[in-house]
Design a protein around this ligand. Structure first.
Ligand SMILES: Nc1ncnc2c1ncn2[C@@H]1O[C@H](COP(=O)(O)OP(=O)(O)OP(=O)(O)O)[C@@H](O)[C@H]1O
Ligand SMILES: [Mg+2]
Length: 278
């Protein structure tokens, strides 16, 4: 990535950066961010499976992993070890299954153990550079996977991509998560970004022995938030050991288990999103 130090006036520099980003985004039809209040609720899992579910319908899809300190998109897409290539048009994304393009901080790190220890301004600068320098080319959808909460990365993305089509908000049914996810809904609204709805993840688990549903967290948490915040519930995904194993092995379950209940939920979410944006 390059450093643009030759513009003295900070406003002029900002305008130039925005022009660069606009140019790089010009062939992308729709942009969607995946956010949450709490961490570990399944944002990356939702982003990656949403991307694959869209790609399965013939769409050209890119995934920007905006989680700079805990990037997991490459692992879940089976792209560990890929590198970004610089070309005449800009930085070239890695390419994964079904032609999905992906960009992640992980592709720039020397090893799995290497941490990114950056304060806010540096993180915001990195996001600006990624957005201004990655040559995505033509895409129907760019999905952005964010770290938890309403911090630097989320703020940067929503500020720098003002034409965001909408956000998908992920929660788990626990009361602890419900309390925090409301902040994410309010955050998106304050940033004037449409909220497509909530995906309730880890919504119960079928006991592999007796087939009975175990409500690991409180029941109906997603529906409750949807009611209280007047936002749609896009779908509920159960906890499933196959989902965890598929993520670990880099085979998103919408492809490896297309007939699973969770994969069907994703097809419905994709239809709903297409209805809203296309
Ligand atoms: N429904 C599910 N069934 C089984 N495992 C799941 C399910 N949802 C998520 N997981 C697993 O839980 C872990 C956390 O999910 P994920 O990394 O997507 O969360 P996250 O919200 O992106 O976390 P972070 O806040 O750190 O970015 C992963 O190992 C993932 O495979
Ligand atoms: Mg994540």
């Amino acid at each position: 990535m390059t450093e643009n130090n030759d513009v003295a006036n900070p406003w002029e520099k900002k305008n130039q950066e925005m022009d660069l980003i606009k140019d790089k985004m010009s062939q992308i039809k729709h942009k969607i961010a995946v956010i949450s209040g709490k961490g570990g609720v399944g944002k990356t899992l939702v982003t990656v499976n949403l991307a694959m579910a869209l790609a399965k319908t013939g769409k050209k899809v890119g995934v920007f992993d905006a989680d700079l300190t805990g990037p997991c998109v490459p692992k879940m897409l089976g792209l560990k070890g890929s590198r970004l290539e610089a070309g005449p048009a800009g930085i070239g994304p890695a390419e994964g299954p079904l032609g999905i393009k992906a960009v992640s901080m992980d592709f720039l790190l020397p090893s799995d153990e290497a941490p990114v220890i950056w304060r806010g301004p540096l993180k915001m600068g990195a996001i600006r550079q990624f957005l201004g320098e990655v040559a995505w080319g033509e895409l129907d959808y760019l999905l952005v996977d964010l770290p938890p909460g309403t911090g630097d990365e989320s703020l940067s993305i929503l500020q720098l991509l003002p034409e965001m089509d909408g956000v998908v908000i992920v929660t788990i049914p626990s009361e602890v998560s419900q309390a925090v996810v409301k902040k994410a809904v309010t955050f998106a609204r304050q940033m004037n970004v449409p909220v497509f709805g909530i995906v309730e993840n880890m919504a119960g688990m079928i006991c592999p022995h007796c087939g009975e549903m175990i409500e690991v967290f409180s029941k109906g948490g997603g529906a409750k938030v949807s009611d209280e915040m007047d936002v749609d519930l896009l779908g509920s995904i159960p906890m499933d050991p196959r989902i965890a194993a598929d993520s670990d092995s880099g085979n998103p379950f919408v492809v490896s288990h297309p007939d699973s209940p969770a994969a069907k939920v994703f097809s419905e979410i994709v239809s709903e999103i297409k209805k809203r944006v296309e």
